[in-house]
Design a protein around this ligand. Structure first.
Ligand code: MN
Length: 249
């Protein structure tokens, strides 16, 4: 068996505006989590206007990993941007949504975290809260974004509960699990083809899976920050890499 190639779309960044040309970047932690789980991580340029090249890249991939990042542009789900919506990256939206749609057709495995679960829901026809705190009164705090004073990305902010029969239940068990929480948006209306497989105590959707057996798993937290302390979080990556591993005849 050969190691699966896992594509990771990047994010646009102007490192030094006006001085350097725009860059495509990605956080190293995601790359290391996939690499140490047995995958070959492969960063993907944001070239939504060159579909033939993007398609050639896609065809060389065994699976897709969708990372955290900026907000999905509300135009992708038919809404105007509210004042509480954050920065967006439309070329990233377009590339990720295209990769997800191709993967659904071919049943290529998808693992999605944070922004990733949100863009999966949008790609399949769902929508998002542009800001949970503003649009969903009574919710617990989910936006524990690291600051200079408190930079811990592995801070366990709240619990989640997994659903019986789900992949997440198999990896994380029946008891409530503490997770980190660095998001201010969340799934509002669930897309067709997805089922909710984890929720926070306030009912905010924290995990979704494909309803047809396709390895399509999204979580709202950041398991790549928790793999050292929690075998279940590592199992999210291990099982994904296993599902994407090419079977040689
Ligand atoms: Mn949360």
């Amino acid at each position: 068996m050969s190691r699966p190639v896992i594509g990771i779309a990047t994010q646009t960044l102007e490192a030094i505006p006006g001085e350097l040309p725009p860059c495509w970047i990605m956080g190293q932690k995601y790359v290391h989590a996939l690499r140490s789980s047995g995958a070959i991580p492969w960063l993907i340029p944001l070239i939504p206007d060159d579909l033939s090249t993007l398609r050639e890249i896609y065809q060389r991939l065994d699976g897709i990993f969708l990372t955290g990042g900026v907000d999905v542009d509300p135009s992708q789900y038919g809404e105007h941007r509210a004042s509480y919506c954050g920065r967006t990256d439309p070329p990233r939206d377009a590339v990720e949504i295209q990769l997800i749609r191709w993967s659904l057709v071919d049943r290529k495995p998808i693992l999605a975290v944070c922004r990733g679960i949100q863009v999966v829901n949008v790609a399949l026809g769902g929508n998002l809260f542009q800001d949970v705190a503003s649009q969903r009164p009574g919710s617990i705090k989910h936006d524990y974004f690291p600051t200079k004073e408190a930079p811990a990305r592995d801070y366990l902010a709240h619990s989640i509960r997994t659903m019986q029969g789900s992949r997440l239940r198999a990896y994380l068990g029946e008891a409530p699990v503490l997770v980190n929480s660095m998001h201010h948006q969340a799934i509002k209306n669930l897309a067709p083809g997805l089922v909710v497989t984890a929720v926070a105590p306030d009912g905010v959707i924290e995990g979704v899976e494909g309803s047809n057996g396709h390895y399509l798993l999204g979580v709202q937290w950041h398991p790549e920050e928790l793999t050292d302390r929690d075998g279940g979080m590592q199992e999210l990556f291990t099982s994904f890499v296993r599902a994407a591993t090419p079977v040689n005849p």
